[in-house]
Design a protein around this ligand. Structure first.
Ligand code: UTP
Length: 293
């Protein structure tokens, strides 16, 4: 079995209820941070980590994602005609190689674990990545690249981890690392959305995973967990002790773009970090600071 991670799953079958009505007719993953949809950031991150095959698990009303990664011949022709070469370059950059992109439908949004399981035949018997586009990560070295490097050293499963405050642990999958320290920690247990005060640590699982294909057999049981959903965390937890399993405190900053304030913050920070928009964004924030009470 190859240990290089060549395939990535992008689960985009969720309902995005926290962003209604924006997500009524448009997938959450197409919400733009500055001028690029969330899914584009995730795909670019995967490309930078050496991913060659891109598997989208979609649902109803997600066709805008397919169109986004497809060529738009008419648009390209009109940009060419108007001499808009930089826009044309960006547009062409976002298109994935023919044959390297696949879509599989999750017929019902039964949970993240179920979405990942829907891609089992396309992944086959090799390690693979999962990226949740609504977890946007700003980093000098793209997060999945960092994780692929860890995976090359440790083998097995590697999941991205981040410290969260005590009062937020009930919103995440939480890692029990037996009190170990350091950037790469062996995982001893995982619990999805622990009740307040029962979390084994403050280390939360973030939406980047490198997983071994054995997780599909665990997902096959279709057992439901927290929130009545088929949870990826529960299936992963059953692999602990049978294969290497590490949590990785990545270098970078994560924005929860499935949440309105997190999304707003991402837009501001990504604008501030850009050469073309940073100065204007800084002026704007100062003006807002001047008028707010
Ligand atoms: P969320 O928990 O954010 O759910 O899913 P959601 O439906 O997208 O959004 P809200 O909470 O209703 O606002 C985390 C990730 O898992 C995917 C989502 O698309 C998102 O990337 N997902 C979730 C699926 O692909 N299928 C599911 O059945 C559930």
């Amino acid at each position: 079995m190859t240990s290089r991670v060549r395939k990535a799953i992008f689960p985009v079958g969720g309902m995005g209820t926290r962003f209604l009505p924006a997500t009524k007719a448009m997938p959450k993953e197409m919400l733009p941070v500055v001028d690029r949809p969330l899914i584009q950031y995730a795909v670019d991150e995967a490309r930078a980590a050496g991913i060659e095959q891109f598997i989208f698990v979609t649902g109803r009303g997600k066709s805008a994602i397919e169109d986004h990664f497809d060529r738009s011949i008419e648009l390209e022709a009109s940009l060419e005609e108007c001499g808009k070469s930089s826009e044309l370059f960006d547009l062409r950059e976002s298109v994935l190689e023919p044959g390297n992109i696949a879509y599989v439908r999750q017929q019902e949004p039964l949970g993240l674990g179920h979405a990942v399981w829907c891609a089992r035949h396309l992944v086959g018997d090799e390690p693979f990545a999962v990226l949740l586009a609504d977890d946007l990560i700003q980093a000098d070295v793209p997060c999945l690249r960092q994780m692929a490097d860890v995976h090359a050293e440790t083998g097995g499963n590697v999941i991205a981890a981040m410290e969260v405050p005590d009062e937020h642990t009930s919103r995440y999958g939480i890692i029990d690392c037996g009190g170990a320290d350091g950037r790469v920690q062996p995982v001893e247990g995982l619990v999805e959305k622990p009740a307040q005060g029962t979390a084994p640590s403050n280390l939360a699982v973030i939406g980047r995973y490198i997983l071994m294909p054995e997780v599909f057999a665990e997902l096959e049981r279709r057992e439901t967990g927290a929130g009545g959903e088929i949870q990826l965390t529960d299936a992963m937890a059953r692999l602990i002790g049978h294969q290497p399993f590490h949590g990785f405190a990545f270098d970078g900053r994560r924005f929860d773009c499935g949440d309105k304030l997190g999304f707003l913050e991402a837009n501001v920070e990504f604008a501030l970090a850009r050469d073309d928009l940073g100065p204007g964004a800084r002026d704007m924030l100062e003006r807002i600071g001047d008028v707010s009470p």
